[in-house]
Design a protein around this ligand. Sequence first.
Ligand code: PLP
Length: 459
Amino acid sequence: MSRFPYLDEYDVHRTMPDEGTAREEILAMMNDMAVRENVVWEDGQCSGTMYCGDHDHYDFLNAAFSNFSYVNTLQRDMCPSATKFEAEIIAMTLDMLRVGSLEGKNPGGLVTSGGSGSIAHAVLAYREGNPSVARANMIKPETAHPAFAKAGHLFGVDMKIAPVDPVTLQVDLEWVRANIDDNTVALVGSAPNYGYGTVDPITELGALALEHGIGLHVDGCLGGFLLPFGRELGYDIPAFDFTVPGVTTISADTHKYGYALKGTSVLAFADQSLRNSQYFYLTDWSGGKYCSPGMDGSRSGGLLAATWAAMVSLGRAGYLRYAKAIFETSAAMQDAIRSHPSLRVMGKPSFLFSFTSDEFDIYLVNDFLRTKGWRMNGQQYPNAIHMAVTRPQTQPGVVERWTSDLAEAVAYAKAHRDEPAKSGAIYGGVAGGMSDEADEFIRAVMADMMDQQASIPPA
Ligand SMILES: Cc1ncc(COP(=O)(O)O)c(C=O)c1O
C-alpha cells in the first residue's frame, strides 16, 4: 500500500472536525497541493489527461462554473440558462459532427458525465431501441475502450470482441461480418482508439451496419473534438462522422479535446428516436412524476455553463488553431521515433501514437524516459507505450526534449536489453489476463484509493 498522501503536512480527518476550519486555511492547503501536483504535467511530459493545460482557460471556466455550480439542472423552471447551455452544447456538437448531411433524420444528443457515460448510454439505447431482441449483443474491436465491456456488463448486453489486424491495428471487418447474428443490435468503431490512435474503417463498418439493419456507434470520445479539425487542416483522416452512411451514434468528449472542465461528454444521435428509447421515467411514484434525460439525477448547472463557455470562447478558429499545433507536434514526435530503426510506430496513428520495439522490451525505454520525467501510458499484447499529444506538449522545447531523451532511452534499452524492465503495462499492472493474482492486485489498487484511512497510523 502506498503512503497516505500529505501525511506529514496536513491533519488527517478520521472524523469530522468538531469545529469548522477557517476557509483561508482550507484554500491555502488546497492551493499548495494543486500547485505541487500541476508540476507533474505542466512541462508537457505527461501523455493525455490534461487536454488544454492553459491556466487562463481553466480560470475562465472556473468563473463560468461558479455562477451555476450550486444549481440543480433537474429543476429547469429555476434555471432556464441550463436549457440554453445544454441545447446549444448539443447543437454545436451535432453540427461539428456533420448532422447536416443526414436526410430524413431528426438528430439529437445527450450531455453525459464523460466518455464512459456516453458509451454506457449508447449501449443502453441500442438495447432499449431493440425490445424484440431478448439478449442483445454488440460487436466491438478489441481495441475499443473498456467502457463498452463495462456497459455491456451493467446492462446485460453481450460484447463480442472482434480482433484487430496486428499491422494496421484496425478492426478485422471479415470477423465482424461473420459474427453478426440475429441478436446483434450495433457495431462499434473507434475514432481513434485509446491504445494506438488508429481509426477503424468506419465507412466499411457503416456499410455492414446498413446491410444488416443495425446501429453503428463511433467512439469519438478522444477524437470527436479533434479529428474534425484535423480533417479540415488536410490531415489524412478517414471520414468518421455522420457523413458516413450507417453511423447512428457518436460519443465526443467535451472534457477531453473539447477543453471543458472534467465531467461532461456528448452522445450524438443521428435520430432522436434512439435517444428517446433509453429514457427512464416513473410516472406513478408517490413523490411525483419523475424523469431525467440520462442515468444521472441531479447535475450541476456549473458543468453545462463551463462546457458551453469553453466551446463559445474558443470557437471554430480556436479549436482549429489548437488542432494544428497538436497534429504538428504529434508528427514531429513520431518522426523522432521513426529515426530509430529499433523502434516501430504501430499502425497509422493520428494525434495519439504508440510504439514498440522488435529488438528489446519497450518498457526499458519507458524506464529511462521516467527518469527524465516523462509519463507515458503502457500497453500489452505486445508491450508498447503510447503518447496522447495534448496542448502541454505543444509548448516550445518539448519536441526537442522528447527527441534527445528518446535517443538516450534507446541507447539505455540497448545496453540493458538482457535485464527485465522495471515498468510494466500500466493498464492492469500485472502480466497476463484475469487471474486470482490480478484480481487481488486490482482490489488492492482500489483499496489504495479509497480505504486508506484504515491504515493511517494513529496521531
Ligand atoms: C477512446 C476512448 N473512449 C472512451 C474513453 C472513456 O472516457 P472517460 O474516461 O471520460 O470515461 C476514453 C478515455 O480515455 C477513450 O480514450
